[in-house]
Design a protein around this ligand. Structure first.
Ligand SMILES: Cc1cc2nc3c(=O)[nH]c(=O)nc-3n(C[C@H](O)[C@H](O)[C@H](O)COP(=O)(O)OP(=O)(O)OC[C@H]3O[C@@H](n4cnc5c(N)ncnc54)[C@H](O)[C@@H]3O)c2cc1C
Length: 288
């Protein structure tokens, strides 16, 4: 799968902490905030989970001197959710304690984890106010979960959802997902605590901007979020308009599952990979 690395490089800020930090600084100098993800998920052993936790702790130590607020994005299956729930919780507590005033956000994963992630989030948030969650607009249940996070005052990222889910629990049609996104975003923007609107969908962003203007929602009460390497033009645009723009910055060696999801999101990405494969196999494009 090394063949996919040239493609992966577009979406990740490097394979090691040093390179990632350089990228975060450079984003910060251009006015962007970051949410940092140490790549990895579906961890099978305690050793792997402990190593991932240690990487987050190292990252926090390295960033200690920074004055700008950081957001960390963490996958609970990386911290051992499927190995032992108590073990996973202890790993999260270590990170939450070390994070201090920085935000630790639990990424949302496949639907077999949704309820467990929300429950852990709600319970731990009562002890750690710097904890944030993510909800996915394609899930039917999100209508209720948004009520839950608003009631608990948990800062929540709203995204469309990146996993393949069955029709019985998730909208499949893009218009239906978009409608639900807009509906839930309005609730978060009006009543939620520091929500993040995470999409590159221009139609949705336009609708959301009109809503924000019509309702006089202050730019300091929410964030826009986009992925590293995706729609830099829109990222710049929103920043110039005076909105807070946070970039999801993944780094690390376990880039394959993340890259596969980015690949699946856009047919042009698949074409790009197929073209590179073709070129490499038949030696086209070489300088001879
Ligand atoms: C900050 C952030 C955090 C996220 N966290 C999670 C999470 O915790 N759990 C989860 O399930 N999902 C997460 N996602 C992914 C999300 O659920 C979607 O899968 C992804 O954002 C694509 O949806 P979209 O809203 O951008 O709309 P789309 O309709 O998919 O894309 C709109 C436009 O954006 C551009 N674009 C989108 N994706 C790509 C791509 N891969 N390559 C190139 N161009 C692209 C294209 O121009 C496309 O036309 C996150 C997304 C963001 C932005």
């Amino acid at each position: 799968m090394q063949i996919l690395y040239p493609f992966a490089k577009r979406f990740i800020a490097g394979e090691d902490l040093g390179t990632a930090i350089k990228n975060i600084h450079s984003l910060n100098q251009s006015g962007f905030l970051s949410t940092i993800d140490v790549l990895g998920e579906d961890t099978q052993t305690r050793e792997q989970a402990l190593a991932a936790k240690q990487e987050y702790l190292n990252l926090l130590d390295q960033m200690k001197a920074e004055t700008f607020p950081l957001d960390l994005s963490i996958k609970l299956t990386q911290m051992g959710l499927d190995i032992d729930r108590e073990f996973c919780r202890l790993n999260l507590v270590d990170i939450l304690e070390r994070a201090g005033h920085h935000t630790v956000r639990f990424d949302m994963e496949g639907s077999n984890t949704t309820e467990r992630i929300i429950k852990e989030g709600v319970t731990l948030h009562r002890r750690f106010r710097n904890l944030g969650l993510v909800l996915q607009a394609y899930l039917h249940r999100t209508q209720e979960d948004i009520g839950r996070v608003i009631e608990e005052g948990i800062s929540t990222r709203l995204c469309k959802g990146a996993y393949r889910e069955p029709e019985s629990i998730a909208y499949q049609d893009m218009d239906a997902i978009r409608d639900n996104f807009f509906k839930q975003a309005r609730r978060l923007l009006t009543d939620g605590f520091q929500p993040a609107i995470a999409t590159h969908d221009e139609t949705l962003i336009r609708e959301i901007l009109s809503f924000i203007e019509a309702e006089n929602i202050a730019p300091g009460t929410f964030f826009f979020e986009m992925l590293y390497g995706v729609r830099r033009d829109l990222q710049e645009d929103l920043l110039k308009k005076g909105y807070r723009m946070r970039i999801y910055v993944p780094y690390g060696k376990s880039w394959l599952p993340y890259t596969m999801r980015r690949l699946a999101e856009r047919k042009e990405n698949i074409l790009f990979v197929l073209k590179s494969l073709f070129r490499e196999t038949f030696g086209l494009g070489k300088l001879h």
